[in-house]
Design a protein around this ligand. Structure first.
Ligand SMILES: [Zn+2]
Length: 315
């Protein structure tokens, strides 16, 4: 590793720590309290069931080397985010935090979805701060020249607006009990992976068409995906706002055909953050890690979700 790269990595890490530890304001409208660090998924009872000595593995993007990498991470560092202040977090999420998850309830699914979306929304805000930090850093001038920072910031800002819109729709639904989201739920034998995330369903061609026709600012079709270890089962919940269900049908049909294959495909093609147990990492991933990372790195540019993957995570 050259001296230049080392300095860049060090400075990036400093910016990363700064933007991640920066205090954030509670997502509740009109509340100015600081947000507390909360888990998207229950730490005890969900995440803890797939950890070994408090550890999990996750695939992390490295922007300097433009490559993703599997990293060992602590239970306290994954799926936590600064969402709400203590009061509002408790008011909203007590029913999925304190009790055994009741996945037969619509309310449970919509609350899980709300947290997943707000986590992604916060991530976008952190990413924007991160890119601006690179722009402003005097030691990262060379890296800033190599990176299309303005495009990245613009993309994150559009994504932030989409997620803001989606989170508002979910919140309206929670507050008024309108049940305006569709959820497909499957219970399968336990697999030691987990996610709580959103992804958009538009193909690269559709995105380009949108841009060319000046509709670039239109919101994208977002799906919300939860894969949650629960007792000796894994619960898989795919959801979307009902009005876009027909546009997202492909994904619901793929999930119904083969839930495991669907998890594998979306983890490789669509989802930014998912975790697995150390056992799963050493057995299923380590022996073909390079292939998986290459495959993972291939898709964000391609954005063709119907394109077949060459890797099956659960083989
Ligand atoms: Zn608050």
């Amino acid at each position: 590793m050259s001296k230049q790269i080392k300095i860049e990595l060090f400075t990036l890490e400093k910016i990363n720590t700064k933007v991640k530890s920066a205090s954030r304001i509670c997502f509740e409208q009109g509340c100015n309290n600081h947000a507390i660090n909360s888990h998207i998924l229950q730490k005890n009872g969900i995440l803890s069931t797939i950890t070994t000595n408090g550890h999990l593995y996750t695939l992390k993007a490295n922007i300097v080397e433009a490559k993703a990498k599997f990293t060992k991470t602590g239970l306290n560092n994954v799926f936590t985010f600064k969402g709400f202040c203590n009061k509002h977090d408790t008011l909203l999420f007590d029913s999925i935090e304190k009790n055994e998850l009741d996945i037969s309830q619509y309310k449970t699914k919509v609350l899980l979805s709300y947290r997943a979306v707000l986590n992604e929304l916060r991530k976008k805000q952190i990413n924007i701060d991160h890119y601006n930090g690179i722009k402003d850093s005097s030691t990262l001038k060379e890296l800033a020249r190599r990176m299309p920072l303005d495009i990245l910031i613009n993309n994150e800002t559009l994504a932030e607006a989409d997620l803001q819109r989606l989170s508002n729709l979910i919140r309206e639904d929670i507050d008024h009990g309108t049940e305006s989201f569709h959820f497909a739920t499957y219970s399968i034998p336990k697999v030691e992976v987990c996610t709580s995330a959103t992804f958009n369903t538009e193909l690269r061609n559709e995105m380009i068409l949108k841009r060319l026709s000046g509709r670039w600012n239109e919101p994208v079709n977002s799906l919300i995906f939860n894969v949650i270890p629960h007792g000796d089962k894994t619960v898989v919940i795919l959801g979307c706002h009902k009005p876009i269900l027909d546009k997202c049908l492909y994904f619901f049909l793929e999930l119904a055909k083969d839930p495991l294959k669907f998890i594998s495909d979306t983890f490789i093609k669509n989802i930014e953050t998912w975790v697995c147990s150390p056992e799963f990492y050493f057995k299923q991933i380590r022996p073909r890690e390079k292939g998986i990372v290459d495959e993972f790195s291939l898709y964000p540019q391609q954005r063709d979700y119907t394109y077949p993957t060459r890797i099956y995570l659960f083989k």
